[in-house]
Design a protein around this ligand. Structure first.
Ligand code: HEC
Ligand code: HEC
Ligand code: HEC
Ligand code: HEC
Ligand code: HEC
Length: 308
């Protein structure tokens, strides 16, 4: 799903002019229309297709929270993500995956990153192999500036990933931000629509994993929090959603923090310690001071921790 085409406006705005002029202008605007429908050929193109700079003006608080989140650095993470990808590229694609067809950066195609970008950069499906190569080069050079240009942003969640059941609800539409209601929206995305999954754990589950991703020629497994939520937390009577714990409880909103946030860390476990001291008598005359310490740790998160 690509965001709105700016070409459309160009067609509409010339329709009232006389016959010949319309034709000329329409032809002139073709490259623009074509560009909007074409796949991105550079990381900058892809960043532009999913540009969210305008959102900041009206959703300042949400934007600032999101900007500090790991979603805004989904190719970098805390830094460890770069290392993980370097390993996948060097030791995997260019090493152990001898049938991947990749010997160096020039051989890389989008399909070689799909088993990771499914969640770390779903919009890669709107890009050409040239973008995949540019990103692989950026990984090998640990070029944070390039890796920081594209991420899991507002449009990935509020458009691309906002509809789960496409045979019922259709594909996400261009020019729409999906949230909790229908109506006009005062932005280059001119409409708001209700998304039935936005408040559900399944929304997050699309990227927070159920287990191995078997659909790829080289299956991957990374995040599995949603699987654990579904199979352990819910059957044990858990009732909260990811959004309840990660966005609402502490008012953290779009920061969506985890263990690096002190408030979240406090909610992670209950630690119950019981200690009893006594003297140990192995044989007559012995008196070895000993203690029995029973530590009971209860996981209070909605899934196993740590994950991934
Ligand atoms: C000119 C101001 C403006 C800009 C720019 C803007 N928005 Fe909005 N947005 C609004 C207003 C106003 C609402 C409606 C709020 C309401 O009705 O509660 C809204 C609502 C939304 C909603 C639905 C919220 C809900 O309660 O369900 C989403 C999602 C959203 N905007 C996302 C975005 C994104 C993403 C961008 C950038 C691409 C953006 N907005 C840019 C003003 C703006
Ligand atoms: C499009 C995919 C995608 C969706 C949808 C998504 N996430 Fe994430 N999330 C990621 C990726 C990728 C990372 C990790 C980036 C990294 O560290 O490399 C992440 C990281 C996180 C983290 C770790 C934060 C930290 O600071 O350690 C939390 C918590 C989280 N997401 C919660 C959520 C919640 C809650 C939702 C649903 C409202 C959600 N995510 C939806 C892809 C997604
Ligand atoms: C099913 C979605 C999904 C897939 C597929 C996926 N990841 Fe992740 N990845 C995530 C999420 C979500 C996080 C952060 C939250 C977590 O750790 O649970 C993450 C975190 C990471 C981290 C950071 C771990 C840390 O401790 O900071 C690395 C590294 C990583 N992924 C690399 C990869 C690589 C390389 C691939 C492909 C081989 C891949 N991921 C495939 C969703 C995914
Ligand atoms: C990882 C997915 C994700 C990303 C990225 C994301 N959102 Fe959201 N957003 C959500 C979810 C889920 C909700 C609904 C939370 C709820 O009410 O349960 C939401 C709610 C909202 C709302 C309405 C309620 C509120 O908190 O004000 C607005 C407006 C909004 N988002 C705008 C944005 C903008 C602007 C960006 C980018 C700066 C953004 N979102 C990035 C998932 C995301
Ligand atoms: C009952 C509350 C609760 C629910 C429900 C919940 N979480 Fe968490 N989650 C937590 C807490 C607390 C932590 C912090 C754990 C820590 O400090 O290690 C956490 C940690 C995480 C992490 C970091 C994992 C790591 O490697 O340590 C991710 C990612 C995450 N949650 C995603 C999700 C997603 C996605 C969902 C929904 C499928 C979800 N959470 C549901 C409370 C919850």
């Amino acid at each position: 799903m690509t965001p709105q085409s700016s070409g459309k406006t160009a067609w509409a705005s010339v329709s009232w002019i006389g016959g010949l002029t319309v034709l000329m202008l329409a032809l002139l605007s073709l490259p623009d229309v074509a560009l909007a429908q074409q796949k991105a050929r550079t990381v900058d193109d892809l960043a532009k297709m999913y540009d969210v700079a305008s959102c900041k003006q009206c959703h300042a608080k949400v934007y600032e929270e999101w900007e500090k989140s790991t979603h805004a650095r989904s190719l970098i993470g805390t830094g460890r993500t770069i290392g993980g990808f370097q390993g996948m590229i060097r030791a995997g694609l260019m090493g152990a995956f001898t049938k991947s067809g990749v010997k160096d950066v020039g051989d890389v195609k989008v399909e070689h990153l799909a088993q990771c970008f499914k969640c770390h950069l779903p919009q890669i499906s709107d890009a050409t192999d040239e973008v995949a190569r540019e990103l692989v080069k950026a990984y090998l050079d640990a070029d944070r500036a390039t890796l920081g240009k594209v991420n899991v942003n507002c449009l990935v969640c509020h458009n691309t990933k906002a509809i789960l059941h496409k045979w019922q609800d259709g594909e996400p539409e261009k020019g729409v931000v999906y949230g909790s209601k229908d109506g006009p929206h005062p932005d280059k995305y001119p409409a708001m629509k209700n998304s039935v999954v936005m408040k559900e754990a399944a929304m997050c589950g699309q990227c927070h994993g159920t287990g191995p991703n078997f659909e790829f020629p080289q299956p991957s497994q990374c995040a599995t929090a949603y699987g654990s939520y579904l199979h352990a937390y819910i059957p044990a009577g858990g009732t909260e959603t990811c959004q309840d714990c990660h966005m609402k409880k502490d008012g953290k909103g779009h920061l969506m923090p985890a263990y690096r946030d002190p408030d979240m860390a406090k909610r992670a476990v209950d630690v119950d310690v019981e200690a009893r001291g006594y003297k140990f008598l192995l044989k007559a005359g012995d008196s070895i001071p000993t203690a029995v310490v029973t530590v009971k740790i209860t996981n209070k998160a909605g899934h196993r921790i740590p994950d991934g």
